[in-house]
Each structure stands twice: as C-alpha cells, then as structure tokens.
Design a protein around this ligand. Structure first.
Ligand SMILES: *Cc1c(COP(=O)(O)O)cnc(C)c1O
Length: 462
C-alpha cells in the first residue's frame, strides 16, 4: 500500500472517539475544516520526504485536529502580556485602563444609559456633556469636545476652522506619526492650505509674522512626538506664538499628541509640557490623545476657548467622528481619577508604570522571578539584569527609564525559538531579544500577567 493510500479518509477520522468528542463541542463544518487542513498538511509532508511514520497514528492526527480547531475558534483580538518595556505600545493597544473604570464601563455596556438624554429637562441631551465639565475643570479650558482619536480631532479642527484658508506650520513640525498620520495629508483632507515656514531645525517668530496674510486661518503648532531635533535648533514657544496670533487676530492651535495632565518631572520624566500649560499659554485650541500619557481609552480630546470649540461642535464631520458610549464611560472614569493626583498616579496603569522607580522594579522583578521559578523545571533559567525601558506612544523619544529585565533561557532552545513559542501561547507573552537573550521587562508586566508567564515558561520544557 502506498504512503498516500495509508492516510486515513475523512469519514474514518470522523468515527474516532477524540473527533466525536470535538463534534460534540463545535459545529460540524469547523471540525471538518480542521480535519481537511490537517490531512492536507500530512499529504504535503508525505510529498516532502520528511515524513515520519507517527504522523499516521490516530493519537497524533487527533491532537493536530484538536489544536487546529482551537486555533480556528480562538478570538482574534486577545489579551497579550507586554514584556517589551514600551509602556504606551500602539501595537499592543496603548494604555491598559484602570480597574477602577470597570464598574461604570460594565453598567454602560450592558444596559441603557443617558448617553444623549438630559435627565433634568427630560429631553434630548448631548453625549459630549458627560466629560466637558470635567475636562474644563482639569485643564482650565473654557470648552471641550471629544472624538474618536487625536487624528480625528486634528482633522475636525482644521475642517471647522481653516477649510479653504491657510494654516501656518513650522517645517520642523511637519511630522508623520506611526500609522500614516501625516500633518500635510491631514491638512489637505481638512481642506486647509499648508503654509510651511522656517527650516527643519530652526523657525523664528519673524517666519510666522511674515507668512500671515488675510488668508491665514490658523497658526498650528505640532508636537514632534516620535523624534527630536538636537543641536543648532530654535522653535517658537507656545506663548510667543500666541502673542503673534493675537497681534494679527489669528487663532493658534496646538496638536500636543500625548496630553499629559500631570507634571511628571519629579519622576525624572521631563520636557513634555502639560495640557494645563498650553491652556495657560493662551493656545486657542488644543488636541491630544486619550490613550497615550493620559492612560485612558482611544479618544481625541479637544480643549480650548469657547468661540474656537463652538464651530467644531456644529461641524457635520463631528457626526462621523463621534465617540461611542463605551469609550465615553472609560474616559469619564479615567478623567475622574485625575481629581486626586495621588489616586491618578497609583491607579492609572500607564502612570504607575512610567513613574515606577528602579528600586521598586528591582524588588518586583525578584518577587516575580521567585514565583515563576517555583513553577518552572530546571531546564528553564530566569536571570535578572539591569536595562532600559521606553515610554512609547510618541512621547519622550530620548528618555531612558532604568528598569530590571528578566532574561529567559532554556536548554537547547534558541532565543528566537523562545520568542516564537511564547508568542504562540494562548495568552501570548511578548518581549524582546537583545544580544542573543530573550528579555521580559518587568515595568510593563501587570500583576495578573504572572500566571501566564509562568505557564508560558513551563511550556518551553515540553
Ligand atoms: C499620536 C499623535 C497623533 C495621533 O493620535 P491618535 O490618537 O493616535 O489618533 C497626532 N499628533 C501627534 C502629535 C501625536 O503624537
């Protein structure tokens, strides 16, 4: 009998006990697809000449079908352990929310709410009202509005304030943020005409002054976010730009990217002005993200002077960019924590991770390592070493935060293989490879990640 003739047929496989059990748990087409996928792979292995006799055993085929069904029925969007040390990791969902947001999020998600219902007047209300007061209170601004993300906030502001008119931007601030957000492109989408001034490294007040014409609708300042120009540089500070705007009655807008509401300089995190500082400087309209340094959900937050925010509230684009109720609930929950600075620092994971001291992280690493080692076989080694973590999310590109790393080594397995196997876990564990070692940074590990790390490391010995 040829090898191909010995590969069991679909009908026979469906009679096996293990497969019958799967059919009791999953729809028939799901199991059939898995059977066919596994048979295809056995056939191609047979053709390749690398075939092993065990591949025809009922137990081996059953196990492969089981794992294929598991793969096919797993959620696509899943929890991941972030061991990369990048706190605001856009690919891993940026900021984990505070657990204190959970009760409100639960109530709003699974029931009806006063999303657009004014409970006092008994008539239609505005979804934006739920956070406007809070944002004004926290930032000192006169008015506020929230949309889907900061890219949407910039687009809306340009569309509402500058369509068909000119917007002046420094050449040093024509940035591209990851995921194809480019200031010149957003400008043309918003129907505004870009007027570049200055040079890449130096822009002066006179550059703005000379470019202002009756066609100028806005002076725009953009946070450089993910890069730094160092050396012979000059930029026009927010207060100076406001003075120039006032001289010519042109409003000034700032896309500040991260939106930090607390001064983090006492934790060694310097150079990012707070939203409040921009408000105090007199900037007319300020936009920032909800899920970067703020530590909340994906959102675009707009604060500023009433007369500048009003046209955004009336603009038809707002309907297309509107924020949903789950985001609003988690945003209100997060913002409320900022009423008490200590609570914000302790309860918002992004802030807690960023402000954790080197000593605190070293102690945490020792405690995690103890727990994980207890569960790991001797072939798996975990060693602690000093290292550096990054803020991420386009904030503080040059800042290096001292941290403790856990290096994972396993007998007979390369660091690349470790990376692949940990990434393939049901709860994937991500880290980075540096100088031939697979590393997990304790800064970005959450307490309830530890069992998943232990399980992942244990599985390396299988
Ligand atoms: C991150 C960033 C954006 C984009 O914000 P999203 O919330 O991701 O849409 C825009 N501008 C600046 C300066 C940024 O740093």
């Amino acid at each position: 009998m040829t090898l191909f003739a010995r590969i069991p047929k679909v009908d026979r496989i469906l009679e096996w006990d293990g497969i019958k059990a799967l059919l009791g748990l999953h729809p028939r087409p799901t199991v059939l697809n898995a059977v066919r996928t596994v048979l295809d792979s056995i056939r191609s292995s047979a053709r390749s000449g690398l075939f092993r006799e065990e591949e025809l055993h009922e137990s081996s085929i059953t196990a492969r079908i089981e794992s294929e069904v598991a793969r096919a029925t797993a959620f696509s969007l899943r929890r991941v352990v972030n061991g990369t040390g990048v706190v605001i990791h856009t690919n891993l969902g940026r900021s984990p929310l505070s657990k204190l947001v959970k009760p409100l999020l639960d109530e709003i998600a699974f029931g009806y709410s006063n999303l657009e219902f004014d409970l006092e007047k008994g008539e239609r209300g505005s979804r934006y009202s739920h956070v406007e007061q809070l944002l004004c209170e926290l930032t000192g601004a006169e008015a506020a509005l929230v949309v889907n993300n900061n890219a949407a906030a910039v687009l809306l502001a340009l569309s509402a304030l500058a369509a068909g008119k000119e917007v002046i931007v420094s050449r040093g601030e024509l940035v591209e943020i990851g995921g194809s957000f480019r200031i010149p492109d957003v400008m043309s989408q918003g129907g505004a005409i870009l007027r570049e001034v200055g040079t890449t490294n130096r822009t002066h007040p006179r550059d703005y002054r000379q470019a202002i014409t009756p066609e100028t609708a806005l002076l725009l300042k953009v946070h450089s976010s993910n890069f730094a120009v160092i050396g012979f540089t000059a930029e026009v500070a927010a207060t100076e730009l406001v003075a120039i705007g006032r001289e010519h009655s042109v409003p000034v807008m700032a896309d500040i990217g991260s939106g930090c509401l607390l001064d983090l300089s006492r934790f060694g995190i310097r150079g990012e002005p707070t939203v409040q500082e921009f408000v105090q400087a007199g900037i007319d309209i300020i936009t920032f993200s909800g899920d970067k340094l703020l530590g909340g959900p994906q959102a675009g937050i707009i604060v500023g002077r009433k007369e500048c925010v009003a046209p955004l509230k009336r603009h038809p684009l707002l309907r297309a960019l509107r924020i949903d109720k789950l985001t609003l609930a988690s945003l209100e929950g997060t913002l409320r924590l900022y009423r008490d600075e200590r609570q914000a620092l302790a309860e918002i994971p992004t802030l807690r991770m960023l402000t954790a001291s080197a000593d605190e992280l070293a102690a945490r690493a020792r405690s995690i390592a103890r727990r994980v080692r207890r569960a790991s076989p001797p072939a798996i080694r975990l060693t602690l070493t000093n290292g550096i973590s990054q803020v991420g999310g386009g904030a503080y590109p040059l800042l290096e935060l001292a941290t403790t790393l856990m290096a994972v080594e396993a007998d007979g397995i390369s660091s690349q293989e470790i990376e692949i196997r940990l990434r393939g876990m049901e709860v994937p564990v991500t880290g980075r490879i540096h100088k031939g070692r697979f590393l997990l940074d304790v800064r970005t590990l959450l307490d309830d990640d530890i069992p998943f790390i232990a399980a992942a490391l244990r599985s390396l010995a299988d």
